[in-house]
Structures are given as C-alpha cells and as structure tokens.
Write a protein that binds this ligand. Structure first.
Ligand code: AMP
Length: 190
C-alpha cells in the first residue's frame, strides 16, 4: 500500500500528473476538486453547499471536505493505494487524514510537491479558464484569492509533512513527461 499526497498551488499540474501516475502505479485517484465539481453539476446537497465557496476561490469548510474524503476512501477497500490530489489543504484536514488512515492501519507514505512560481501559474490558470469553464479560473481576483488561501492555510502543511520526513519537493516547470519522470523517481525511491 502506498498513499501519495500530490501537493502544489492551483495550476501547478496536480490533476495532469495524477492522470499519468494513477495508471503507472495502479493507484486510486481522489481529487476533492473534481468531486466537488461533480456534485455541483448534479446539484446535490453537497454541491449546493460547496458552490458558493468554490466560485469565490475560497476553501470549502473542513467539516464538509473531510467527510466527503472519508466517504470516498471507504468506497475503495481493495485498493493498492491512493493518490490524493487537492487534499489535504489545511492542518485540520491533514490531521484528520492521518487519524482516519490510522484506523485502517494505513498511512501517508509521501507528500510530493510540484513547485512553480506564482506568476507563471496565474497566467496558466487564466489560459485554462478560457476552456475549462471553471468560474474560479476565469477571474484574476478569484485566482489571487486561491493563492492567498493556499499561502495562509495550505503552505503550513509543508512543515507538517517535513517533520514526519515525508515531504518531497519537485520542480514543476518543464514538459509534462519530464515532470512525470521527476515524480516517478520519488515514488520509486520510497
Ligand atoms: P481544485 O480543483 O483542487 O483546484 O479545487 C477547486 C476548489 O475546490 C478549491 O478552490 C476549493 O474551493 C475546493 N476544494 C478542493 N479541495 C479542497 C479541500 N481539500 N479543502 C477545501 N476546499 C477544497
């Protein structure tokens, strides 16, 4: 069982890389952003509740997010491991994930961070917004708010995982294939 947290700012390429890594290492990919968007599209109670936060670029409250993540993990009891993409994003989520995995005698194996400069990422997200249809990709103020949320609430997780010797930063600038190679080298060293 290996459980990888794919970490990085919005636009760093987590989703793109997750698509390759899940196939290569036979991992169950859980993207909390994708699950929220699915719920919004289908107008579920969870989707209605999460929508106002997401469309502003704010984080969805921990209580909703943690419950959703746990339900998703429970759906895959036979998996060889998870690839968490976009979760955890707060200290409370990281602690809840550790406690929840421990109840199953599992743990986070490694957190791999895709690193890139903010200005490059803002441009990338505005470009993605032209085709993604995501309201949170289309407005520079909302994008900047997502970075503020990241800096305040998510960045402290680097220290949290570093203290556990589970933090692996990777240069997130390069071709998709080059970055997949860098991530694979970390996974194969575990
Ligand atoms: P993403 O697709 O990962 O960029 O997520 C899109 C949006 O979904 C974020 O800006 C948040 O509003 C919400 N979201 C996704 N994952 C989380 C999380 N772990 N905690 C809180 N909000 C989240």
């Amino acid at each position: 069982m290996i459980n990888i947290v794919l970490f990085g700012k919005p636009g760093a390429g987590k989703g793109t890389q997750a698509e390759f890594l899940k196939e290569k290492y036979n991992l169950t990919h859980i993207s909390t952003g994708d699950i929220f968007r699915y719920n919004i599209k289908n107008e579920t109670a969870l989707g209605l509740e999460a929508k106002s936060y997401i469309n502003k670029g704010d984080l969805v409250p921990d209580s909703l997010t943690i419950k959703m993540l746990q339900d998703e993990v429970e759906r895959h009891p036979e998996t060889k491991g998870f690839l968490f993409d976009g979760f955890p994003r707060t200290l409370a989520q990281a602690e809840a994930l550790d406690a929840f995995l421990a109840t199953k005698k599992w743990e986070v194996t490694a957190t791999i961070a895709l690193e890139a400069d903010d200005e490059i990422l803002v441009k990338r997200l505005l470009e993605r917004g032209k085709t993604s249809g995501r309201p949170d990709d289309q407005d520079e103020d909302k994008i900047r708010n997502r970075y503020q949320e990241y800096n305040e609430k998510t960045a402290p997780l680097m220290e949290y995982y570093n203290k556990q010797n589970k933090f692996y930063p990777v240069n997130g600038i390069g071709s998709i294939a080059e970055i997949t190679e860098r991530l694979s080298a970390v996974i194969e060293s575990l």
